[in-house]
Design a protein around this ligand. Structure first.
Ligand code: ADP
Ligand code: MG
Length: 319
């Protein structure tokens, strides 16, 4: 059963198309990842699916209900965790949960809240102010709040952004756990390849508002990826390797792009002659190669200017 069906979902800001006729489905129990660089349209997509912003064209069915026609109905059935703050630091964890329960009009929330807090091992801290929570505890509180109404799907917008490596890894475990133990279908967005690869059963790669590929990590690697054998030869040698794959020569190195490196490796070595090889390295197909092949770009945002971070830094500096 499909919990989410997006049909030509489109968002325009004036003439700018932020999300461009995207189509995808999420099956019950799946962790679905929307993977793309900054500005790709991930947050806008989530905002449309959760009724937080209007839809310009197309529609989405959440649990069979049109978000365009019955947004309030949908909002009651979903959970949402934003990268923006939803927890009030001055209130206790329990008070935060209570507000959420009232917002969502959930009845009998207390028992469920206690059970989830217990499950996460933070029940004993429920009367502590959220502001005193560690990042990890806070994430657990956010997830508790998102699970309160037994949602059909939980939306997580860049859940691990800005977290250190350890907290990120433990959040991956939490996400896997609630996916299993609470049968939560999850849509998460990320610009971390590793995260999508580790967590998601299915991935939609989004770039400039368009979904450019859809499939399981393995399918994507198989279809758009490819291994690379990188060889450094002893000087002055020139060998013909085209029959093993696409050959790229650069900086004195030869790269052979091929489906499965292991299958052609012996042939390559024999053709060159092991005595003539200075160094040899295999790079296995990864979502990185997939993304590069599909978009010609990289997911890393090196040198990108983040206005929000910049403003925050300036504010801190002024204090
Ligand atoms: N309220 C808005 N008005 C105009 N443009 C917007 C607005 N929100 C987002 N955008 C633009 O839409 C594009 C997609 O943004 P967003 O969905 O936030 O991307 P992502 O979450 O993948 O980083 C970006 O180019 C962004 O600048
Ligand atoms: Mg975003």
């Amino acid at each position: 059963m499909s919990v989410v069906i997006a049909k030509n979902l489109t968002k325009k800001y004036n003439d700018f198309v932020a999300v461009d006729h995207i189509n995808f489905q999420i099956e019950k129990g799946e962790i679905f990842g929307l993977l793309g660089p900054n500005g790709a349209g991930k947050t806008t997509t989530i905002k449309m699916l959760t009724g937080l912003t209007s839809i310009t064209e197309g529609d989405a069915l959440i649990g069979g209900i049109s978000i365009k026609e019955r947004p309030n109905e949908v909002k009651k059935r979903i959970g949402w965790i934003s990268s923006e703050v939803i927890v009030d630091d001055d209130l206790t964890a329990w008070e935060n949960i209570e507000i959420q329960a009232k917002l969502l009009k959930v009845k009998d929330w207390k028992e469920r809240a206690d059970a989830i807090l217990e499950y996460f091992g933070i029940k004993e801290f429920k009367n502590r102010k959220a502001g005193k929570f560690s990042t990890g505890m806070r994430k657990k509180l956010e997830i508790t709040m998102a699970l309160l109404n037994s949602p059909e799907i939980v939306f997580m917008d860049e859940p691990t952004i800005g977290l250190d490596v350890n907290t990120r890894a433990s959040l991956w475990n939490l996400i896997r756990q609630i996916n299993k133990d609470y049968s939560a279908t999850i849509l998460l967005t990320t610009h971390y390849m590793e995260e999508a690869d580790m967590l998601c059963k299915k991935i939609g790669i989004i770039n400039k508002g368009k979904i450019v590929a859809l499939g399981s990590p393995e399918e994507l690697k198989e279809k758009y990826g490819g291994d690379v054998i990188e060889i450094e030869l002893k000087d002055g040698l020139n060998v013909e390797l085209n029959k093993f794959g696409q050959v790229i020569r650069k900086d004195g190195k030869i790269s052979v792009k091929t489906g499965n490196a292991e299958e052609v490796l012996l042939g390559v070595i024999n053709t060159i002659g092991s005595n003539n090889i200075k160094s040899l390295r295999i790079k296995k197909s990864s979502l990185d190669t997939v993304f590069l092949n599909l978009t010609g770009g990289s997911l890393e945002e090196e040198g990108e200017f983040d206005l929000r971070k910049f403003n925050m830094m300036m504010r801190r500096a002024r204090r």
